[in-house]
Design a protein. Structure first.
Length: 343
């Protein structure tokens, strides 16, 4: 219906390309419009709370980019706002909608893995290694701590954490270390060389409420990796492994198989009886990353029709923010930190 951007020319170009009927350059005007029912927040992290709270107060449904907020205290206010207004809400943790990841969830919930012992996740990139890369501004706000709140912890590990808690339950405590490899960068908005406040890399240990132990790692300094996201889960009976680079496949090992044929199997998640796939092509034809967003929108709309709110909602986003806040605190204190739970 309408697109909002600070730059009118950019908004017009975007609207023309994707067929939006109108544009706004002030998000407040968009929220005031009677012909707008839902607000999709795709702005820098430090603006999420203000926009979401205003949208909720105006009775708008809300989809919000992750992480939910700059930090957990802001996220708490967002949760309070949507609950007070009773408006449907959702956070864009789209990896929950990859069919192979949903299959992993089904196998875990059915008890196929048995008791879970270990969870391992990593998300590696290499796009910020160049020391001449500036921070701040429209394209590089993720390198500006005032706009982003954190670096890889809130950007990449937030995805890993949300997936992990969806698959394996809540996290009780974390012990973390972070590093900022390039200490100063020129800021695009001020033109001055300024201190870099985000974490370029983060690794942390975690203990789940079910007793499972976990390791998480993320960096933007892993040369050769553009977006390597993997997780592995080891259980009493079976293990699973998933790789974003091969997102339509789930690797599965079951120790209960007959010994002579026991081994890792690669499940090509493309058949009609597998998650979401009946909505797409004939069996054997795979889908892509973009389809996870289509699935999330479809689930959101189905939830409205059936009056069964889809997840992850703002409370789920808050739960992840509690973990990321504890991770960053642990990196500062050098101590294990307990993770606050959503009430």
């Amino acid at each position: 219906k309408a697109i909002c951007a600070r730059n009118a020319d950019n908004a017009k170009a975007f609207a023309g390309k994707w067929g939006y009927e109108s544009i706004e350059t002030d998000w407040r005007k968009l929220i005031e419009r009677d012909d707008i029912d839902l607000i999709d927040i795709c702005t820098p992290n430090n603006t999420h709370a203000e926009i979401a709270i205003a949208a909720a107060q105006a009775g708008k449904m809300i989809l919000c980019e992750k992480p939910l907020a700059l930090n957990a205290p802001e996220a708490e206010k967002m949760v309070a706002a949507v609950e007070s207004a009773k408006v449907p809400n959702m956070v864009w943790y789209n990896y929950r909608r990859c069919p192979a990841v949903v299959l992993a969830k089904q196998l875990i919930d059915e008890g196929k893995l048995g008791r879970i012992f270990h969870y391992r996740a990593k998300f590696l990139q290499d796009w910020t290694i160049n020391p001449d890369l500036p921070q701040g501004g429209a394209a590089l706000w993720r390198l500006d701590v005032k706009a982003a709140g954190s670096g890889v912890t809130g950007d990449l590990l937030a995805h890993c954490i949300d997936t992990a808690m969806w698959l394996n339950g809540t996290v009780d405590a974390v012990s973390a270390m972070t590093e900022t490899f390039i200490k100063e960068r020129k800021h695009q908005l001020t033109g001055k060389v300024e201190k870099v406040g985000i974490d370029d890399a983060c690794a942390f240990l975690a203990r789940f409420s079910n007793g499972a132990l976990a390791t998480f790692e993320s960096t933007r300094y892993a040369r050769g990796h553009k977006a390597l996201y993997t997780f592995e889960i080891n259980g009493e009976h079976a293990s699973i492994f998933w790789d974003l680079h091969d997102l339509h496949r789930l690797q599965y090992f079951d120790h209960r198989d007959e010994g002579r044929v026991r081994g890792w199997r690669s499940i090509h998640v493309s058949d009609g009886d597998q998650p979401y796939m009946k909505n797409w092509w004939v069996p054997g034809l795979q889908i892509g990353y973009e389809h996870s967003f289509v699935h999330q929108v479809a689930d959101f709309l189905t939830g409205l029709a059936e009056r069964k709110p889809a997840r992850p909602d703002f409370k789920d986003g808050l739960a992840t923010d509690y973990v990321t806040d504890a991770v960053l605190k642990s990196a500062r204190t050098g101590q294990w930190e307990k993770v606050k739970k959503v009430k």
